[in-house]
Design a protein around this ligand. Structure first.
Ligand SMILES: [Fe+2]
Length: 194
């Protein structure tokens, strides 16, 4: 088994001006690719171990968790964005679901933005549904820490510096606020139905 980098669902410059072509190119070609390569390298080491080589299983598992989650989170991230859309909003039915979980759409948006802005160091903010279909917001540090193993990720924002630094310098808040214009709510709705 091998992990692969799927093609981006749009051109490198599709997310501009919220996220520049330069960032998307580096982020996808270099950073995302590195997680795919890291995951495959860890799998190869496990394979060697099964054939009798002496390997550090604990260290490999740690690498595998970091890189596989890095890979999967980036796939989710690319797919839950699209080109800037004026008045970008979820459908009425998704909005109702959000309102019933968070009280109001604004409360949801504030909580998600706050989660994104306050991740310690590098990580993610995610909207997810649990096994009972409840919507919740969470943070991931790195790609894999603080996660709950029952979640189905509906929406993810990457708040590693590599996701915004070239455009926004250290202003993660401005990146997060602008990012809402890119959310592909159709994809969020599809994920919720799965
Ligand atoms: Fe990233």
């Amino acid at each position: 088994m091998k992990y692969e980098l799927k093609p981006l669902p749009y051109a490198y410059d599709a997310l501009s001006p919220v996220i520049s072509k330069e960032i998307v190119q580096l982020h996808y070609d270099k950073h995302h690719m590195a997680y795919v390569n890291g995951a495959n390298a860890a799998l190869e080491l496990l394979e060697k171990g099964r054939k009798g080589d002496l390997v550090n299983v604990k260290a490999i598992m740690r690498d595998l968790s970091f890189n596989v989650n890095g890979h999967v989170m980036h796939e989710l991230f690319w797919e839950n964005m699209r080109a800037v859309k004026e008045s970008n909003a979820p459908s009425d039915s998704l909005k109702k679901k959000i309102e019933s979980s968070f009280g109001s759409y604004d409360a949801f948006k504030n909580e998600f933005s706050e989660a994104a802005k306050t991740v310690e160091g590098s990580g993610w903010a995610i909207l997810y549904s649990d096994n009972n279909g409840n919507l919740l917001i969470g943070q991931l540090e790195k790609h894999n820490l603080l996660g709950l193993n029952t979640y189905n990720v509906l929406l993810a924002i990457d708040v590693w510096e590599h996701a915004y630094y070239l455009d926004y310098k250290n202003d993660r808040g401005a990146y997060v606020e602008n990012w809402w214009q890119l959310v592909n709510w159709d994809v969020v709705e599809k994920r919720l139905a799965l």
